[in-house]
Design a binder for this molecule. Structure first.
Ligand code: ADP
Length: 622
């Protein structure tokens, strides 16, 4: 019985794109189908561990057959196969959310887009770049499964029907378009398999000119080979095809460990971030194999979350073949391999930071915010992570100039005790903050913490090299030696302005906790600071954005006793403590302080009325 079915809408869209946009890299269809066949063999081998009757007896292999006359290419595997429902689900639909993301990510740049194919797992459809029609005949491994036939020209429908098939597994029979007949040529297929699929761990058979079947690939998995035997191109193919890597890599760490622990691993540090760096549905990560048997994709037990940008494979000799998720979670072997991997990765990053700063900068731009999470979660590697993290700072000319904590400390001014930082939404906002005035005047460097995660990790860092991290906009400012002049002046001015600041505090009693004379300002009349133990304003904003209840905290208004506005206001206060314009000016002073730190004024309408009134008065006088 056969029936005609419609592709799901997204699948149609994707097919359309495949056929009409990606024409420059059509050859990749072969590697996609071979990779699917290899996955199907892996899955069967894995299932057979717990269900031995599934084991097929025949050698797991991939066979490619060509027919020049008929212009067909057939790719067969004796892997897990599919049931009728699985065919509908896997090939008629795009199940994963990743495929939608793929459609959104298409850039129109053909090379980049064809790279995306593997990463988003939409590989099968790539066959329609070269096929006039495709027939799939598949039979699920296990007793009693019926063979199914699927056929389509890649337009909007496909046909499903019954089929005859001897063993389990899948045949994909491609009828090439006339202009793509070259893919049925032996030399062409051979060179494509060599180029793209040499690392596949199962034999790929192709008949030679005499019609005898021959294994074309190396079959020894790439990770089991010695690093010296593997070329750059092979690593790159493996990274992109087998591990879903995107773009280039910055570094490849290939280990064949012997001794207490026996395992092989290849770890790639990518140069560009994948689309799923901040998604919970990550498919790729580090693949786990045991004695060459595929166990799982993205084995989360092998690497901490903060290294989730890494791609790779680990093949252990010491784990039992029937490992389960539960076993993995507290397994001593996994733990030790994980430790070794983390240590190698961090070591490599340190090496890049020291010897190839440009490369490290590129790394940091893409993955810095992710790596910083480690300060919160990986106490054991705290020291190493502290050497790796970078910040923007007031000494940098642009967002590109980054500083490490070590550099900061090395170039601290003599007599400076603490490490100063300011948090905020962006460099543009923090660098204009009035809180930096005294630091600029005294050439004291201030770190700009402008990643949302910085608010959290600054608490984790707390202190570096016996220097405490101090926010420039919280609590009283103590510059020690460097601020002696300001401190003396401040004490004097505070006494002189006691009455005045008391009056201002009264006027602003709803919104501020206290009013005091400051040492941090040079050009601005006033600024707001958080109490020593209060949440900073930026942190409050982040918490609110995350939908958290934030207790209302009042801040402290600090005034600059040297500023003309403050002096004049004080003069008015001494003449008449209750002068009505004093209240107006005070409100403007407060709103001005809010604006200066990138916040909204409390009541925009009232604010603009006040400004207008004042303008009216000034223009009258003029
Ligand atoms: P991906 O391989 O990235 O999941 P594809 O579009 O290439 O995406 O394949 C979709 C799904 O179809 C696969 O996940 C798999 O379940 C199924 N499939 C494809 N080819 C085969 C095959 N040769 N044997 C068994 N299942 C297959």
């Amino acid at each position: 019985m056969s029936q005609q079915m419609e592709f799901q809408t997204e699948a149609k869209q994707l097919l359309h794109l495949m056929i009409h946009s990606l024409y420059s890299h059509r050859e990749v269809f072969l590697r996609e189908l071979i990779s699917n066949a290899s996955d199907a063999l892996d899955k069967l081998r894995f299932e057979a561990l717990t269900n031995p009757q599934l084991a097929s007896g025949s050698e797991p292999a991939i066979r490619v057959k060509l027919d020049k006359e008929a212009k067909t290419v057939t790719i067969s595997d004796n892997g897990i196969g599919m049931t009728r429902e699985e065919v509908i689900d896997n090939i008629g639909t795009i199940a994963r959310s990743g495929s939608k993301a793929f459609l959104e990510k298409m850039t129109g740049d053909q090379k980049a887009d064809s790279n995306l194919i593997g990463q988003f797992g939409v590989g099968f459809y790539s066959v329609f770049m070269v096929a006039a029609s495709v027939k799939v005949i598949t039979k699920k491994a296990g007793d009693g499964a019926a063979a199914v036939m699927w056929e389509s020209c890649g337009e909007s429908t496909y046909t499903l029907g019954d089929a005859e098939k001897d063993g389990h597994g899948t045949d994909v029979i491609i009828s090439l378009k006339d202009e793509e007949a070259v893919y049925a040529e032996n030399w062409q297929a051979r060179s494509l398999i060599k180029k793209y699929s040499d690392f596949i761990a199962f034999p790929i058979y192709l008949p030679n000119d005499k019609g005898e079947e021959e294994v074309v690939n190396q079959t020894k998995p790439l990770w089991r080979r010695a690093a010296a035997e593997v070329t750059e191109e092979q690593y790159e193919e493996f990274y992109q095809q087998a591990l879903g890597g995107y773009g280039k890599t910055l570094s490849t760490l290939h280990t064949n460990a012997e001794g207490v622990l026996e395992y092989s691993s290849i770890i790639f540090i990518p140069a560009t971030a994948g689309f799923d760096l901040f998604s919970n549905e990550r498919k790729h990560g580090v693949k786990l194999y045991v004695k060459r048997v595929f166990i799982m994709d993205n084995c989360k037990e092998l690497l901490p979350e903060y290294l989730r940008f890494v791609r790779g494979v680990v093949d252990s000799e010491d784990l039992p073949l029937n490992v389960s998720r539960e076993i993995l979670q507290q397994n001593a072997v996994i733990e030790r391999i994980s430790k070794a991997l983390v240590s190698r990765i961090l070591g490599k990053l340190k090496d890049l930071a020291e010897n190839e700063p440009q490369v490290f900068k590129e790394f940091w731009k893409n993955f810095g915010p992710v790596l910083k999470e480690g300060l919160h979660t990986d106490f054991e590697n705290r020291e190493k992570l502290l050497e790796l993290i970078r910040f923007q700072s007031s000494m940098g000319e642009s967002a590109d100039d980054l500083v490490s904590l070590k550099q900061y400390v090395d170039r601290m001014r003599e007599g400076q005790k603490d490490i100063y930082y300011i948090t905020g939404e962006s460099r543009e906002i923090v660098e204009k903050s009035p809180h930096l005035e005294v630091f600029k005047a005294k050439s004291i460097e201030v770190l700009y913490l402008v990643d949302p995660i910085d608010e959290w990790i600054v608490v984790d860092i707390y202190n570096y090299n016996d220097k405490q991290l101090k926010p420039v906009n919280k609590g009283g400012l103590d510059l020690g030696e460097l601020g002696r002049d300001e401190a003396e002046k401040q004490v004097k001015a505070q006494t002189e302005l006691t009455g005045f600041s008391g009056r201002i505090k009264e006027i602003l009693s709803d919104v501020v906790e206290d009013v005091r004379v400051t040492g941090r300002l040079k050009d601005s009349p006033a600024c707001l600071v958080a109490g020593e133990h209060a949440m900073g304003a930026h942190f409050e904003k982040i918490m609110k954005a995350m939908g958290q209840e934030v207790p209302a905290t009042k801040r402290i208004l600090e005034i600059n006793a040297d500023h003309a506005i403050i002096r004049n206001m004080n003069a008015r206060f001494e003449k008449d403590a209750n002068a009505p314009e004093l209240a107006e000016w005070t409100m403007l002073l407060y709103d001005g302080a809010l604006i200066a730190e990138g916040h909204m004024v409390s009541d925009p309408l009232a604010y603009s009325k006040r400004v207008n009134n004042m303008l009216a008065k000034i223009s009258e006088a003029g």
